[in-house]
Design a protein around this ligand. Structure first.
Ligand code: ADP
Length: 404
């Protein structure tokens, strides 16, 4: 693949403002752009296509391939820093950019831990950070050996690279049932990590922003609900979380951010086990779905703090604005007229709930695809949750259903 077009000669940035290069044009880049508008920081975007979510809102957009080093170089040229909407830029390209004097945040040595689950597990073990029991496996027989060393089948298999939203994750109930996972991994040229299947009480996430100078801001630990491997709902802070577990989760996030020298947002996805421990599921080094609540629900949202961090500016307070904040993703629905026309949902949801906040990503509606999210906050958790669920359901096409 080659760059589609040379980088246009953009007008110079306003005096004193550093331009930030953002690689990848999805909703995370779109919400970074929204925060950048407030800060007066110009963004130069490398987008996969002219109409993707962030390209719609960033005038300085280059359409090109993030796997092409020359395209990355052209976009980074003259920018104060380079940051990312996703974790798929090849590590060797990031190393080349960093060598050539383009600061990448996060840097390649940090990002590889979010790109490769095998590398991540090995490093977390070195740091004594608790993970599910795990092993890199090369064959179904290996998985059998691993299963015998934990509590037996089922075990969880994950491709080491390239998975997202539950893609590249299998629950295997027997050795023969592992064949499909190995075939998929071989086709993609990646390895397989086997993990014990954790009987978790719920999933949590601990987000921190960390700047190159080492300043850290830790968000309250949240509860996330995943449906079919996709984040569906987030409650901040996690209800009924033992304060010592909340501190443990935040400590893990701060420890990992410092040890791996993460810059920008680090999201640590965790399992809370039924016997009162937290285990790390995975790491993401970019603003994360479990932090979207903070745009409206915290003094400083994760996108603003990501920008402040990658530009090495002092971070903003991550404190919640209300006792409870609930974020529910709007997923493309598969029934009802409204599910094809999200704007048509506004009169109802805004009239019903003037305190609701809605974020739509400008994406076409495909069943199961994340196309937006809603956020409600307030003092009564049941009420906040019901309001957010109702609105998200309405956009999905669940008309009239009073979600509880
Ligand atoms: P992705 O890279 O697609 O986000 P994850 O590793 O987060 O993949 O896995 C997706 C979901 O699968 C998790 O949110 C969790 O619900 C489930 N899962 C992953 N690993 C385990 C495990 N070891 N035990 C139990 N469930 C797991």
């Amino acid at each position: 693949m080659t760059a589609l077009a040379p980088v246009p000669d953009f007008a110079p940035a306003p005096v004193g403002a550093a331009t930030l290069a953002v690689i990848g044009g999805g909703q995370l880049a779109r919400m970074m752009a929204q925060a950048a508008v407030g800060l007066g920081v110009p963004i130069r975007l490398l987008a996969e296509g002219p109409d993707v979510a962030a390209a719609q809102v960033v005038p300085r957009t280059v359409v090109g391939d993030y796997r092409d080093l020359d395209t990355l170089r052209a976009v980074a040229q003259g920018c104060a820093a380079v940051t990312f909407d996703h974790e798929h830029v090849p590590t060797e390209h990031l190393r080349a950019l960093a060598r050539e004097g383009h600061p990448c945040h996060p840097g390649p040595d940090a990002l590889v831990h979010a790109q490769d689950k095998g590398v991540m597990r090995a490093r977390l073990d070195e740091l004594d950070v608790p993970s599910p029991r795990h092993r890199l496996v090369a064959s179904p027989a290996d998985v059998g050996d691993f299963a015998a060393s934990v509590d037996g089948f089922p075990v969880v298999l994950k491709t080491t690279r390239g998975g997202y939203d539950g893609k590249g994750v299998w629950v295997a109930h027997s050795e023969p049932a592992c064949v499909a996972a190995f075939e998929a991994a071989a086709a993609a040229g990646v390895g397989i990590l086997a993990e014990e299947r954790v009987d978790f009480r719920r999933e949590l996430a601990a987000l921190v922003a960390r700047s190159p100078s080492g300043q850290v801001a830790a968000y309250p630990v949240v509860e996330s609900v995943q449906v079919d491997g996709i984040c569906s709902e987030v409650t901040a802070p996690a209800p009924d979380l033992d304060p010592s577990l909340a501190v443990a989760a935040q400590r893990i996030a701060m420890q990992v951010a410092a040890a791996l020298e993460v810059t920008g947002i680090l999201a640590v996805e965790l399992f809370e086990t039924r016997d009162g421990r937290v285990l790390v599921n995975e790491l993401a080094m970019r603003p994360h779905n479990t932090g979207h609540w903070s745009i409206d629900g915290a003094v400083t949202g994760q996108f603003e703090n990501h920008l402040r961090a990658v530009l090495d500016l002092p971070l903003g307070a991550p404190d919640p604005r209300a006792r409870w904040t609930v974020m529910v993703n709007i997923l493309g629905g598969d029934h009802g007229e409204l599910s094809q026309d999200l704007y048509a949902g506004y009169p109802h949801v805004f009239a019903r709930d003037p305190r609701l906040k809605v974020h739509l990503y400008g994406k076409s509606v495909v069943p199961g695809r994340k196309v937006g999210h809603v956020t409600a906050y307030g003092e009564d958790l049941a009420d906040v949750r019901a309001r957010a669920r109702h609105a998200a359901g309405w956009f999905r096409g669940d008309l009239g259903e009073e979600s509880e």
